[in-house]
Design a protein around this ligand. Structure first.
Ligand code: TPP
Ligand code: DXP
Ligand code: MG
Length: 634
C-alpha cells in the first residue's frame, strides 16, 4: 500500500522534523496522521479509536521530549500508531498487525523508540519508574514519561506504582493520564466517577488558587496550622486531583488533549517542576472519524471495515465462541438466580453484553483488575452464589496466585470461562492464550475442560455450574463450530469421547484440535491408515480408563492442543505413559517453546507445521519413515 500524497507527512522523516514545521503545518500533520491511520486500519483492522484519540498528544510529546534521551512509555501500546509513524515506521505502517509486518503494540525488538513492550495493561507507571530510578542511579540524562489511560488506571498495578513513586519522590518523572472516559466499554468504578467529577467541576480550579491566596493573606505567608488545615479541608472538597496530590504527585489538569499547542506548553512547563507530576489530559476516543466517535466500543479494536460507512467488511457465518457462551449463560441464569457473571473490563469481547443488560444486578464489570475479579468471584462463591468469571486466557495469567490461593486451595466453586484460548492472530505474542493449560494443570482440585463444538461448550458450562468445584472451560477466539440444540446435558467429569474408531494410531485431541484430528484422519485414510479420534474434552482429570484402553490397543499416540507443549496436555499423556510403564510411542502437536509472533492464525499455524495436512504428513513420516507430501505447492 503506497503512502498517499500527504502534504506534510510525506516530507518529514521522523519526529525530529516536527520542530521545522509551522503551526499550520503541524495542524495539517495531525489530520494526515488521522487519515493514514484510518486508511491502514480499514484494511488491516486494529486499535483505531484509541490511536485517533492521541494524535495531538503524540505530536506534543515528541516536540517536548526526545525519545533518543527521554523515555516515553505507552501503557498497553494499542494507542501508539501515530507514535510508530513518527518514530521511523512511516513506510512500514501499512504492514501493521500483518504476518511479518509491524506489531500492533510497541515492542523493544521493533524499534529503539519503543522503550518498553506491552499489550497487557497498566504496566507503564511501574516500568517508567524503574527507568527513572535507573537513570538516576546511573546518572543518565533525560525525562521519564508514562502515558496511561483511564481504563488502565483502574488496575492495582498502576496504584502500586503510584504508591511507590510518591514515596520515592523522583523529579523528571511525569505520568500522563489520558482520560477519554472509556475503557473498551464505558469505564467503570469509583475512580471513574471521581475523574468524571474532576472533568465536570472545572469551575473550582481557579477559586482554589484564589482561596489559597486569601488564606495566605489572613494567616500570613508562613501559614498557621489552622490555615493549612483549612486549606487541606477545602482542597479535599473542591480541588481536582487531590487523590494524586495526597500520593505525592503534583496534579496538573485538566488539559484539553486535542489542543496541541496548549499541550506542548504544559509539557514544557512541567519539565521545570520538582517531584513527580501527573498531567490529566482529556481526549476523545476515535477523534476525527465520525463512525469511531459515535461508536467508540466497536472502534476500540476493529476488524477491517469500510472507510466510508465504518461497517465491518466481513460478517461471520456462525456465532463466535464468546457469543455461544454468553447466550448459554443467559439461558441458565434465567432459571437460576444464584448465577452471577464477572468480567475484568471485557464485557463485549467475552460475550457478556446481553447478560449485563438482562441481569444488571448479577453482572460485575470490575475494571481492568484480573486479580480482584478472581478473588471477588471466590467471595461470591463463599456466600452461595455461582460465579462465572470470564477471562481472556492471556489476561488470566495476571490472576495465577488468586486461582491457586483464593479458589482452588479453598475448593470454591468458581467457573472460569477462559476465552481466546490458543493462538489469537493479529494481536500476537502478548495476547496468544497458549499458557493456560500448562499453568492450570499444575493446580490441584481444578477441573480443566475444552469443548469440541458449540453444543459441548453449553454442556460443559452446565456441568461446571452443577459441579460445586473450581472449573475452567477454555475455548478459542473466532467462530464456533457445530449447531446448537435445545437445552443442556451434564457431561461426566473426566470423561472423554471416542469420535472415530481406528487401529494402531490414536489421536487424542483437545478443543479446536478435534476438528483438525478428524481432518487428519480423513487425509491419512487416503493412504489406507485408519486412526482413532478421541475428543479429550477434559484435560484435568484425564479419562484414565479410556486412556489405558487406548494405550493397550494402539501403538502410536498423537496429541494435539491449542497451547504450549511445555507442561500441556501432551505432557500429561507422556507422564501417564511413563508413570504406568507403558511403551507406546507418543507424538505431540501444539505450540513449541518460543513466543509466537502476530499474523493470521492460519499463517502462524502453517509456520509451526500445525495445519491438518502438515500434521498428517508429519505423522506419516515419523511412523513410516517415508515422505508423504500432501500440501499443495503454492
Ligand atoms: C491486563 C489486561 N486486561 C485487559 C486488557 C484488554 N484491554 C485492552 S485496552 C483496554 C481498555 C483500556 O482503556 P484505557 O486504558 O482507558 O485506554 P483507551 O483504549 O481508552 O485509550 C482493555 C480492557 C489488557 N490489554 N490487559
Ligand atoms: C488491546 C487489547 O488488549 C484488546 O483490545 C484486544 O486487542 C482485544 O482482543 P479481541 O479483538 O480478541 O477482543
Ligand atoms: Mg480510556
Amino acid at each position: 500500500m503506497p503512502l498517499k500524497n500527504f502534504k506534510v507527512l510525506n516530507n518529514i522523516n521522523d519526529y525530529k522534523d516536527l520542530h521545522k514545521l509551522s503551526k499550520e503545518e503541524i495542524n495539517t500533520l495531525a489530520s494526515e496522521l488521522r487519515e493514514y491511520i484510518i486508511e491502514v486500519t480499514s484494511k488491516n483492522g486494529g486499535h483505531i479509536g484509541p490511536s485517533l484519540g492521541v494524535v495531538e498528544l503524540t505530536i506534543a510529546l515528541l516536540m517536548a521530549f526526545d525519545p533518543e534521551i527521554d523515555r516515553i512509555v505507552w501503557d498497553i501500546g494499542h494507542q501508539a500508531y501515530a507514535y510508530k509513524i513518527l518514530t521511523g515506521r512511516k513506510d512500514e505502517f501499512p504492514t501493521l498487525r500483518q504476518y511479518k509486518g509491524i506489531s500492533g503494540f510497541l515492542k523493544r525488538s521493533e524499534s529503539k523508540y519503543d522503550h518498553f513492550g506491552a499489550g497487557h495493561s497498566s504496566t507503564s507507571i511501574s516500568a517508567a519508574l524503574g527507568m527513572r530510578v535507573g537513570k538516576d542511579l546511573l546518572k543518565k540524562e533525560g525525562y521519564t514519561v508514562a502515558v496511561i489511560g483511564d481504563g488502565a488506571m483502574t488496575a492495582g498495578e498502576a496504584f502500586e506504582a503510584l504508591n511507590n513513586a510518591g514515596w520515592l519522590d523522583p523529579s523528571k518523572f511525569i505520568v500522563i493520564l489520558n482520560d477519554n472516559q472509556m475503557s473498551i466499554s464505558p469505564n467503570v468504578g469509583a475512580l471513574y466517577t471521581y475523574f468524571n467529577k474532576i472533568i465536570t467541576n472545572q469551575v473550582f480550579q481557579k477559586p482554589r488558587q484564589a482561596l489559597k491566596e486569601i488564606l495566605d493573606k489572613i494567616f500570613g505567608k508562613q501559614g498557621t496550622k489552622l490555615a493549612r488545615k483549612l486549606e487541606e479541608y477545602i482542597k479535599g472538597l473542591f480541588a481536582p486531583g487531590v487523590i494524586f496530590e495526597e500520593l505525592g504527585f503534583t496534579y496538573v489538569g485538566t488539559i484539553d488533549g486535542h489542543n496541541l499547542f496548549d499541550l506542548e506548553k504544559t509539557l514544557e512547563n512541567v519539565k521545570q517542576m520538582r517531584g513527580p507530576i501527573l498531567i490529566h489530559v482529556i481526549t476523545q476516543k476515535g477523534k476525527g472519524y465520525k463512525p469511531a466517535e459515535e461508536n467508540p466500543t466497536p472502534f476500540h479494536g476493529m476488524s477491517p471495515f469500510d472507510k466510508i460507512t465504518g461497517e465491518p467488511k466481513k460478517s461471520s457465518v456462525n456465532p463466535s465462541w464468546s457469543k455461544v457462551f454468553g447466550k448459554a449463560l443467559c439461558e441458565l441464569a434465567e432459571k437460576d438466580e444464584t448465577i452471577v457473571a464477572i468480567t475484568p473490563a471485557m464485557r463485549e469481547g467475552s460475550g457478556l453484553l446481553e447478560f449485563s443488560q438482562r441481569f444488571p444486578d448479577r453482572f460485575f464489570d470490575v475494571g481492568i483488575a484480573e486479580q480482584h475479579a478472581a478473588t471477588f468471584a471466590g467471595g461470591l462463591a463463599v456466600e452461595g452464589l455461582k460465579p462465572v468469571a470470564s477471562f481472556y486466557s492471556t489476561f488470566l495469567q495476571r490472576a495465577y496466585d488468586q486461582v491457586i490461593h483464593d479458589i482452588a486451595l479453598q475448593k470454591l466453586p468458581v467457573v472460569f470461562a477462559i476465552d481466546r484460548a490458543g493462538l489469537v492472530g493479529a494481536d500476537g505474542p502478548t495476547h496468544h492464550g497458549v499458557f493456560d493449560i500448562s499453568f492450570l494443570r499444575a493446580i490441584p482440585e481444578i477441573i480443566i475442560s475444552a469443548p469440541k463444538d458449540a453444543q459441548e461448550l453449553r454442556d460443559l458450562l452446565y456441568t461446571a455450574l452443577n459441579s460445586g468445584k473450581p472449573f475452567a472451560i477454555r475455548y478459542p477466539r473466532g467462530e464456533a463450530v457445530g449447531d446448537i440444540k435445545e437445552g443442556f446435558k451434564e457431561i461426566p467429569i473426566g470423561s472423554w469421547e471416542v469420535l472415530e474408531e481406528g487401529k494402531d494410531i490414536a489421536f487424542l485431541a483437545v478443543g479446536r484440535y478435534v476438528q483438525k484430528a478428524l481432518e487428519v484422519r480423513r487425509i491419512l485414510k487416503t493412504k489406507g491408515i485408519d486412526i482413532t479420534v478421541v475428543n479429550a474434552r477434559f484435560i484435568r482429570p484425564i479419562d484414565k480408563e479410556l486412556l489405558k484402553h487406548i494405550l493397550n490397543t494402539h501403538q502410536f499416540i498423537i496429541t494435539g492442543e491449542d497451547g504450549s507443549l511445555n507442561g500441556g496436555f501432551g505432557s500429561a499423556i507422556a507422564e501417564f505413559i511413563m508413570d504406568n510403564d507403558y511403551e507406546n510411542r507418543l507424538i505431540r502437536f501444539g505450540i513449541p517453546d518460543k513466543f509466537i509472533e502476530h499474523g493470521s492464525v492460519n499463517l502462524l499455524e502453517k509456520d509451526l507445521g500445525l495445519l491438518p495436512e502438515q500434521i498428517a504428513e508429519n505423522i506419516y513420516k515419523k511412523i513410516f519413515n517415508k515422505d508423504f507430501v500432501f500440501m499443495k505447492k503454492a
